[in-house]
Design a protein around this ligand. Sequence first.
Ligand code: ADQ
Length: 498
Amino acid sequence: MVINSTSPMVVVANRLPFTVQKNPVTGQMERKHCAGGLVTAVAPVVVETEGLWVGWSGQHQEDGVVEIPEANPNDQSPTAGLKSWQVKPMMSQKTLFDNYYNGCCNATFWPLFHSMPDRAIFQQDKWEAYREVNEQFAKLTVEAVQSLSKSNPETIPLVWLHDYHLMMAANSIRDRCDKLGLPIKMAFFLHIPFPSWDIMRLFPWDDELLQGILGCDSVGFHVEDYCLNFIDCCQRRLGCRVDREQMLVEHNGRTVSVHPLPISIPYDRFVSLAEKAPQVVKNNEQEQLLLGVDRLDYTKGLVHRIRAFETLLQKHPEHIEHVTFLQVAVPSRTDVKEYQELKEDLDQLIGRINGRFSTPNWSPIRYIYGCVSQEQLAAFYRDSSVAVVTPLRDGMNLVAKEFVACQVSEPGVLMLSPFAGAGSSMHEALLVNPYETDEFAEVMHRALTMPKDERELRMKQLRHREREHDVNFWLQSFLKSVDCLADNNLTPGRLLPL
Ligand code: ADQ
């Protein structure tokens, strides 16, 4: 990987890039790698620029001090090169952290930003906990920056804040660094959608939140629509002067640049996994698989999708015994009531449909509730005829891209919701509105019966685009966006013309 950045990168994310666990046999603390696009892409940059990663370790202050162990000598993961001094665990009091994480991040921002305001709670104490934990993150980040600047006073660290957990940290980081005379560049990237002004204004403290994000020099979202929503909110709520063409927002005498930076996957890695993965066992040679892979989350539209599959079997009984829906769902936020209810609804729905349509030799739905290895996932992607990626709302959606990368033999068909960020660039997918059940079933039928030459053509173009715009491309685009614009903010004056 070529990294065009000389600044040490300080990544600040809710989570560390690995968890720390006690080995039950040796009693020693060990790193447990968390697979994920962000860690795979960003950890090598932190290693190479001798930067730092600030995040929650999974423990609380009540649990005592966490010592970060060095990587195991056999560690092959992208975080293996991170020395223990480069990992800064954030620890908070348990109740405070719970109000921040479960209370505000997941019960307010997650549903609100996915345009599901009826599911969101708006509580002052949760919001205060959010601000306080962001302040704790800010304090630790500045200590980290200080330690870097001591050992290398020539460089200007690049602080990169990630996601909806950390929208209120930037101004505190900036103020503290200013007082210490520490120059920094600061960027923010949001992994979920940024909603329209109509939704954002429902949040009682929207002005503070927007000002929080504007504390950065550069702000990134997956797609242009989210950028424009953000710019719109800044103009309408804060009265900022904005330039929509160049995507600039003026605030407090500084100009903040806004960038569409569509995240992606390590494309080549998925290709080679798919080339090696073992064959998926099917009922018979002709059986076609429809595939869904998601975290079990209400934004992912699992219930809508399974209902559409039921309609397919009802309206096109020729698929009975020839088509199976394979749904893989990773448990997520299992201690939250809404997620437990979603699991129950899905269990019941799948049970009912299997009861209704199963024959002695076939059941319509195979359902895996759990995590599967990337090798297994690659096999599912490769051997499925259709991937059904139909969230009700999704920042980007990496599953759509992983499926495309794994199409190394017989080309399959991608069905995609226009409400996922991926929908705005993967034009050759069959777009389907997950709320429109009958049409959804018809598009499933079309995908299952699509002629080979059409499948080939669509998949070829999808694969070409994703190969060119992989996760490395995303990272390089981000570094470029920071290099061109943040320097101007260090020498104030790049304000919008009056
Ligand atoms: P997520 O909501 O987690 O990410 P997504 O982008 O689809 O959604 O990523 C899910 C990841 O989990 C994929 O890499 C997938 O392979 C993996 N996965 C899913 N099910 C699995 C299973 N059963 N076993 C193992 N792995 C599984 C958030 C936003 C997205 C945005 C990403 C990145 O909500 O919109 O695309 O961040 O910015």
